[in-house]
Design a protein around this ligand. Structure first.
Ligand code: EPU
Length: 418
């Protein structure tokens, strides 16, 4: 077991460099399997979700060399076999392999993917895409067996702009016959990163980053190279840390446009920031005022940042209202913030945060990745000692969080215990 111990109240000064985006990298790696030659991905974050994907690649027989943030994948030796449930359940992105194996071999057996427990997270839109492209899907309990004599392009309208369903449909459609059009596609920057990588391997994808993506299938994908875009959620988390405890804290290696919604909300709360083309510098927000926030797909306010933002809302004057429209169970952090002194009530998909409330250290639990990030931020801002338990969740998505925060003045340690 792992936990993080924080002595709160220390100012954060200096620079934090943002790593490659988890939610891009976890799709780029399975996408590599579609190639018939070697591919190279740079700026891969060193997080446990990537270790889990590497385990799947190696299990399938791919040659993988990973060093200094670069991963080289040669999928030629891959044998298409069932990925054990224990590995598939480690993370959500394991189902991207289901799509790349289906796209390449027209047959796949796999189990329902894992991921943070923040809602039901069905995969009906992904399955709808597979079927529209000509696959037969057999569902037995947790297991899917999916096969196709041939995959043929089609028009697919997603009921909601799902990131997962958009990526999965792309991964199958790139090697299908003819044209696929995905309507109401997700517009997240990660989708653009993935489409650019596939195009670099020889795919023909147009419109990624808009709600209509057109894919003309190709028979062969070859050598490819890409760089993982900066992690906008990691960036946003540390920007919020700056608004809580910063003293000229600079968040480097970011694409500020990707966190525009956060920047605008922080300005609305009274925060002053220096924003350059690839960095943001800010200091603690004193006497900030309450704001209302509603999560939406990109370019709206990211659901992945609402829990980290809640820590800041506890420090603003007045009533902030935060509405979560993407996931039905993403307020598990609230109970622990209340234990630390926050005044928050939950009403279905909304929380009402009354501030400012001084936070005090407590024993809290990271129930999921971003809940953990929220509680680490709370620990940095609180008086006394905070212990965040079950931080395996946090380590899945934040590269070197201890080292990065320590380098800017936080008193924070990782502890292992039995
Ligand atoms: N949905 C369905 N049916 C589907 C697919 C989605 O009902 O077939 C619903 C989901 O239940 C959810 C909403 O649509 O209510 C959006 O889900 P989406 O498919 O967009 O999410 P995802 O692909 O499972 C990715 C990220 C999440 C991030 C969301 C939204 C990865 C590996 N995960 O999940 O990241 O919250 O997009 O932006 O890319 C995180 O990093 O902490 C995280 C949870």
């Amino acid at each position: 077991m792992k936990r993080i111990k924080i002595e709160g109240g220390h100012k954060l000064t200096g620079e934090i460099n943002i790593s490659g985006a988890k939610n891009s990298a976890v799709a780029l790696i399975p996408a590599a399997l579609l190639s018939d030659e070697e591919v190279v991905i740079d700026n891969v974050p060193n997080i446990s979700d990537i270790d889990a994907l590497q385990e799947i690649l190696v299990y399938l027989g791919a040659n993988v060399i990973r060093s200094n943030g670069q991963i080289k994948i040669d999928a030629r030796p891959v044998v298409n076999k069932e990925i054990p449930e224990a590995i598939a359940k480690k993370l959500r992105a394991s189902y991207y392999f289901m799509s790349s194996l289906l796209g390449k071999y027209k047959y796949v057996e796999m189990y329902f993917p894992g991921g943070c427990s923040i809602g039901a997270r069905p995969i009906d839109q992904t399955l709808k895409g597979y079927r529209a492209l000509g696959a037969n899907v057999i569902e037995e309990g947790n297991k899917f067996t999916i096969s196709a004599d041939k995959l043929v392009g089609n028009n697919i309208y997603l009921d909601m702009p799902s990131v997962g369903a958009t990526v999965n449909t792309l991964l199958v459609a790139v090697r299908a016959e003819g044209r696929t059009v995905i309507e109401n596609a997700a517009k997240e920057p990660e989708i653009v990163n993935i489409a650019t990588f596939l195009n670099n391997m020889g795919a023909k994808i147009m419109g990624a980053g808009t709600s209509t993506i057109t894919i003309d299938g190709v028979e062969h994908l070859g050598k490819g190279f890409t760089e993982v875009i900066p992690d906008r959620i990691e960036a946003g988390t540390y920007v919020i840390a700056g608004a809580l405890m910063g003293d000229n804290l600079t968040i480097n290696n970011i694409i500020p446009e990707h966190i525009d919604a956060l920047i605008e909300k922080l300005k609305e709360a009274g925060c002053k920031m220096e924003v350059s083309s690839s960095a943001i510098t800010l200091s603690k927000l004193d006497n900030g005022w309450a704001i209302n926030v509603k999560t939406l797909g990109y370019p709206g306010f990211a659901t992945d940042l609402q829990q980290p933002l809640t820590t800041l809302l506890t420090q603003l004057s007045g009533e902030s209202i935060l509405e979560e429209t993407i996931y039905e169970n993403r307020f598990q952090n609230v109970k622990y913030l209340v234990d630390m002194g926050a005044d928050i009530t939950i009403d279905d998909r909304k929380i009402y945060v009354h501030g400012p409330s001084p936070l005090k250290g407590a024993m809290v639990t990271a129930t999921d990745l971003r809940a953990g990030a929220c509680l680490v931020l709370a620990g940095l801002a609180a008086s006394g000692e905070t212990i965040v338990d079950s931080v395996e969740h946090v380590l899945r998505g934040y590269e070197n969080i201890i080292g990065k925060l320590t380098s800017v003045g936080a008193k924070i340690e990782l502890e292992e215990y039995n």
